[in-house]
Write a protein that binds this ligand. Structure first.
Ligand code: ZN
Length: 663
C-alpha cells in the first residue's frame, strides 16, 4: 500500500517563503463537528515572508493578524479547488482564523479514486482531511507542528505525531480535546476522526522511552484490536532491530470508512473492510509499519524518483514470502515479471520517473521493478554488506530527503564496490533486458555457452542452471555485451541448461512462455468486449463491469469482430459454452467449471492470436457482483466467484525454455 498521496498538491500549496532555513512551525487549533461538517481552525505560522495563504475553496478566512497586528486579507483566484488569500503585509508570525463546511464523506470513492486527490471530508462515521487537500495553510517544504483537535462527545480523532495531552468528553455536551506534536520535520498533516473505540498498549523500550501503540477502531471491529496491537509491536521490534530504533513514540492503526490503506508517520489509515481481512496483519500491516522508516522516517526526494515503495515492498511483502518458502518468493518475483510483460508496448517508464501509484502501469515499475532491484543488489553484494548498507543509509538520512543516489552511496560504502553502472541501468532505462541462450556445446572438459541480448547491452549476472543425471548445478556468468561466449565447468553428466529459471533477474520474459493474466485486459490501451447474450439485464451488467474493469476506454464489439486488441467475452454459462465451441476455442477449464456463481479465465493462446478472456455467469446478478472485486485480481489467470467473493484463483504455469547441450 502506498504512502499517502501528497507530493503533487503539497508542492503547489506553497506560501511564498524564504529558502530553507530552520523548518517552519505550524500550530493549529481545530474544532470539527462531523455531524454538521463544520470546521473552524485557528492557525499560527512561524515563518518568514508569508504573503499568500492557500486554502481549500470551501474554507474562508474570517480574521488575520501579522505579528499581533490585524491585517487585511483579500480572497484571490481559485485553481483546482484551492483559493489563494492575499495578506496586505508580511511578518514573522501569522495568525489566521478560518472556517467552512466540509464536503460529505464520499462513500462511493473506490480504490483508484482514493489514490487521487480527495477534498477534506466529514461525516459522523468517519472524517478524513488529507494532507494534500489544503485544509490548513501549509508552510511549504518541511515543517514541524502542534495540533489541538476538539471533537464532540462520541468522536475520537488524531493527526500524525505524539499525543501530548487528551481530555475525554464527560458525556453531556462536553468535547474531547487531544493535542499532538510532530517534532520531526514533515511535509503534511492528515487528520482523521470517527466514532472510534481507542485501545492502547504501552511498550517499554530500553533506550527510547515508552512506545504508545493504539488502535482507533469502530465498535464493530473493536475485538480485532488485540491482534493488531500484538503484530504492530512485533513489526516495530523487527525493523528496529534490523534498521535502527523506531523513530517515534507512538504508532496507531486507524480504521477508515474508505476502501484504502495509507502509511503516514506514526500511523496507518486502513479501510475498515480491509482490516477485517485475515491476511492484512500478516503482510500489509508490516508494510505500513516499515513506512515509518522508509518514506516517513527518511523522506523521498521526489524529484529523483521514489525508492521507498520498492524498498518497503522488498523488506516487508517480499521478505515475508521468503520466510514462508523459496517457492512463495519465486511466485512473487514471477508476479512482478508478469506485470512487466503485461504492460502495453511503450507503457514502461524508467524507475527514476516513478513517483506514486496513480495507475496500475506505474505499480509494475515502482513496486515490482524497484523491489527486484533490491533482490539483485543483495545477490550482487551479499547479505551482510546489503543489510549494513541499509543501516548506514538510515543513520545518515533520518528525517532528511534522500534519493536513489544516497542509497547507492551507502551500499558502495559497505560493499566496497562501484555500483554506478548497476544503479544507472536499472533506474534510467525504460526497457528490460531479455538475455537468452543461443547455443551450448561441450568443449573439452568445459561447456561453452553463447548468450545474446539486445543492444545497447545491460551488464548482467546471469544464473545458468545445468541439469544432468547427477542433479542440477547453478553458475552465475557475467554478460555485458550483446553477444558473448562463456566457458563453464559444469561436470560431465549435464545434458541441458536453463537461463535464470529461479527468476532472479529483472527481464522481459518471452511473451509466448508467459501465462496470460487478467491485467493484460485491464491495462490494454484499446480493450474490447463482446456480450454473447440477448438478455437486457446481462448486457447492462456487462457494460457496468466493462466500465469498472478497464483503465482505458473500452469498445463493445460483435463476437465476429476481427480486431486484434485484447477481447473479453461475457455471457451466461450456456451461451459462453456455445460461443467457445463456435469459435473453436478450448472449453471451460476444469479449474473453474461448475464452481460458484461466476467464472473468469484467460485462454492460453498461440503467439500472434488475439488474447481472449472469458467472464461466464449464472445470471445478471452474478455479473453485477463482479464489478467491484474483479479489477483487484489482475495478477490471476483464472478465478471462480460466489457473488463478490473469490472462491478459487490461480495462474497458468510458466514455460521455462530448455537448451540442449551439444556434444
Ligand atoms: Zn507502501
Amino acid at each position: 500500500m502506498p504512502l499517502r498521496p501528497r507530493a503533487a498538491l503539497a508542492a503547489a500549496l506553497l506560501i511564498a517563503c524564504s529558502a530553507r532555513a530552520a523548518p517552519a512551525q505550524l500550530e493549529l487549533d481545530v474544532a470539527l463537528d462531523p455531524g454538521t461538517r463544520a470546521l473552524r481552525v485557528e492557525a499560527t505560522l512561524h515563518a518568514e515572508r508569508a504573503v499568500t495563504v492557500m486554502l481549500h475553496e470551501g474554507l474562508s478566512i474570517t480574521a488575520a493578524t501579522v505579528d499581533g497586528e490585524p491585517v487585511a486579507v483579500q480572497a484571490g483566484p481559485t485553481a483546482q479547488g484551492v483559493r489563494s488569500w492575499r495578506l496586505a503585509r508580511t511578518g514573522r508570525q501569522l495568525h489566521i482564523v478560518y472556517e467552512g463546511t466540509l464536503a460529505p464523506l464520499d462513500r462511493r470513492a473506490d480504490h483508484r479514486r482514493v489514490l487521487r486527490a480527495l477534498p477534506p471530508m466529514a461525516a459522523p462515521e468517519g472524517s478524513f482531511l488529507p494532507a494534500g487537500s489544503a485544509w490548513y495553510p501549509t508552510p511549504g517544504g518541511l515543517f514541524t507542528y502542534r495540533v489541538r483537535l476538539s471533537l464532540p462527545a462520541g468522536q475520537r480523532g488524531l493527526v500524525a505525531g505524539d499525543l501530548t495531552g487528551e481530555q475525554l468528553a464527560d458525556g453531556g455536551g462536553g468535547r474531547t480535546v487531544a493535542t499532538f506534536e510532530m517534532g520531526a520535520p514533515t511535509d503534511g498533516i492528515d487528520l482523521m476522526a470517527g466514532p472510534y473505540v481507542v485501545t492502547e498498549r504501552i511498550v517499554e523500550r530500553a533506550a527510547a522511552g515508552p512506545l504508545h501503540l493504539r488502535t482507533y477502531f469502530t465498535p464493530a471491529i473493536a475485538a480485532l484490536a488485540k491482534g493488531y496491537l500484538d503484530d504492530s509491536a512485533r513489526y516495530i521490534a523487527r525493523y528496529s532491530k534490523s534498521i535502527g530504533a523506531y523513530p517515534f513514540a507512538s504508532f496507531s492503526v486507524v480504521a477508515s470508512p474508505l476502501p484504502t490503506g495509507f502509511g503516514m508517520p506514526t500511523l496507518t489509515y486502513i479501510g475498515e473492510a480491509v482490516l477485517r481481512l485475515p491476511f492484512i496483519r500478516a503482510s500489509s500491516l508490516g508494510h505500513e509499519v516499515l513506512h515509518n522508516w522508509w518514506g516517513n522516517g527518511v523522506y523521498v526526494d521526489y524529484r529523483r524518483g521514489n525508492w521507498a515503495e520498492g524498498l518497503t515492498t522488498f523488506m516487508a511483502d517480499y521478505a515475508y514470502k521468503e520466510e514462508i518458502s523459496a517457492d512463495a518468493a519465486r511466485e512473487m518475483r514471477l508476479g512482478w515479471l508478469r506485470d512487466l510483460a503485461a504492460l502495453p508496448p511503450g507503457a514502461a517508464k524508467p524507475l527514476s520517473a516513478f513517483r506514486s501509484r496513480a495507475h496500475g502501469a506505474d505499480a509494475a515499475t515502482g513496486y515490482g521493478k524497484a523491489a527486484m532491484l533490491f533482490v539483485m543488489l543483495r545477490d550482487l553484494i551479499g547479505k551482510a554488506a546489503f543489510e549494513e548498507g541499509l543501516r548506514r543509509f538510515w543513520a545518515a538520512q533520518r528525517f532528511r530527503e534522500a534519493s536513489w543516489d544516497d542509497l547507492r552511496a551507502a551500499f558502495e560504502a559497505t560493499s566496497g564496490r562501484d555500483l554506478a553502472v548497476f544503479f544507472a541501468q536499472w533506474l534510467e532505462r525504460a526497457d528490460a533486458p531479455a538475455p537468452r541462450v543461443v547455443s551450448a556445446r561441450v568443449q573439452g572438459a568445459a561447456i561453452e555457452v553463447t548468450l545474446e541480448q539486445s543492444d545497447p547491452p545491460y551488464a548482467l549476472r546471469v544464473p545458468l542452471v545445468f541439469d544432468g543425471a547427477d542433479g542440477s548445478v547453478t553458475h552465475d556468468v557475467e554478460l555485458s555485451r550483446a553477444k558473448e561466449t562463456v566457458s563453464v565447468s559444469a561436470g560431465g553428466s549435464v545434458r541441458s541448461l536453463r537461463l535464470d529459471p529461479d527468476l532472479r533477474l529483472w527481464r522481459a520474459l518471452d511473451p509466448d512462455a508467459l501465462p496470460p493474466i487478467l491485467r493484460q485486459w485491464i491495462l490494454a490501451s484499446a480493450p474490447r468486449y463482446a456480450v454473447v447474450s440477448d438478455a437486457d439485464d446481462v448486457r447492462g451488467a456487462a457494460e457496468h463491469l466493462a466500465d469498472r474493469l478497464f483503465e482505458s476506454p473500452v469498445r463493445r464489439v460483435a463476437l465476429a469482430d476481427t480486431g486484434n486488441g485484447p477481447l473479453l467475452i461475457v455471457g451466461l454459462h450456456a451461451e459462453i459454452d456455445a460461443a467457445l465451441a463456435r469459435l473453436g476455442l478450448p472449453p471451460r477449464p476444469a479449474e473453474v467449471a461448475s464452481r460458484g456463481s461466476a467464472q473468469v479465465w484467460a485462454i492460453p493462446r498461440a503467439p500472434g492470436d488475439t488474447p481472449i478472456a472469458v467472464v461466464s455467469v449464472r445470471d445478471a446478478a452474478a455479473l453485477d457482483a463482479l464489478a467491484r472485486p474483479l479489477p483487484h485480481y489482475g495478477s490471476q489467470s483464472w478465478l471462480a466467484f460466489d457473488g463478490r467473493r473469490a472462491l478459487v484463483r490461480g495462474v497458468w504455469p510458466l514455460r521455462v525454455p530448455l537448451t540442449a547441450i551439444e556434444n
